[in-house]
Design a protein around this ligand. Structure first.
Ligand code: GUN
Length: 292
């Protein structure tokens, strides 16, 4: 069993990005600039956005955090998006999800200029991805592809089972791993909450991508020997003995699954850090106008 160390890999890639930024600055040009919009006080979102801003600093990017209270109107958020779209100093930006209930997430996503949509959530980017054309890949799937690639994990001809069909992770993962590319060329099964016999599918899998959002959902009896496990789950589970009163758990029950695995990502320290790095990579692409 080998741990896929997302924390370490993310440091390596951040180092590569930092070197590119230094070169840009040495040429007398401005640094790439990422903005993040955070509406409300969702505790997990606050942590994610803080990580994104801190990661910008680590690689030498400029960053801007636009924070507003949870009672901010939809109109006001659309105005923020419009301002960021028009601001020539901002290369890319994200609106952290989830948004408060009174704001239509689809409406906000559609208002983002696809050229600055470094989350890859706008239908223009999603559509380009579906057709295998240059685009901003959504950050989590991009990070997972990078992990598979840098750990030399063969996907061609393999049976991949993706559990979870969200627009952010499950669906793009299924598309990326089945396309004619490397990583890719896998035979992909997309499982979800209505799948009848989930264990039947997971037991056949060479690679499992778990993105369901339920702690310890995939257990040791559901996998075969030498499986590769990519655990996307970041679930908060109450734990009075922990400093913060909770612990982070993946969608995969690590202790029972790891002994059967060839490779496995831990939680925390697996996919999470790679997601942030992908956002930086997309921002650099936006800066260099590599996509549009
Ligand atoms: N909420 C959970 N994941 C993400 C993400 O990748 N981007 C944004 N904007 N919000 C999220």
């Amino acid at each position: 069993m080998q741990i896929i160390d997302g924390k370490e890999l993310s440091k390596t890639i951040k180092g590569e990005i930092a070197a590119k930024v230094e070169k840009i600055k040495a040429e007398g040009k401005r640094a790439p600039h990422l903005a993040a919009v955070l509406i409300g006080e969702d505790p997990a979102s606050q942590v994610y956005v803080r990580n994104k801003v801190r990661s910008c600093e680590q690689v030498g990017f400029s960053s801007t955090l636009v924070r507003r209270p949870s009672d901010t109107s939809e109109e006001e958020v659309l105005q923020i998006v419009d301002d960021l779209n028009k601001n020539p100093e901002i290369d890319g930006f994200i609106v952290q999800l989830p948004l408060p209930d009174h704001i239509d997430e689809n409406k906000i996503t559609l208002a983002i200029d696809p050229k600055k949509d470094v989350d890859g959530f706008h239908p223009v980017n999603f559509g380009l991805m579906m057709q295998g054309l240059p685009c901003y890949l959504p950050a989590t799937p991009y990070g997972i592809m990078e992990m598979l690639s840098r750990y030399d994990i063969e996907t061609s001809g393999k049976e991949v089972v993706v559990v979870g069909r969200s627009n952010i992770v499950g669906t793009p993962m299924a598309v990326l791993l089945s396309r004619k590319d490397n990583p890719g060329n896998a035979t992909v099964t997309l499982c979800h909450s209505r799948t009848k016999n989930l264990a039947y599918h997971t037991k056949r899998a060479d690679i499992i991508i778990a993105a369901i959002g339920r702690a310890d959902f995939i257990t040791g009896d559901m996998v075969r020997e030498d499986v590769v496990i990519i655990d996307v789950g970041i679930n908060r589970v109450d734990d009075p003995t922990a400093k913060r009163g909770y612990r982070l758990k993946g969608d995969v029950e690590f202790d029972t699954v790891a002994p059967h695995s060839a490779f496995i990502t831990p939680v925390p320290g697996g996919v999470g850090p790679m997601t942030v790095v992908s956002l930086l990579q997309n921002t650099l692409k936006a800066y260099n106008k590599e996509v549009f």
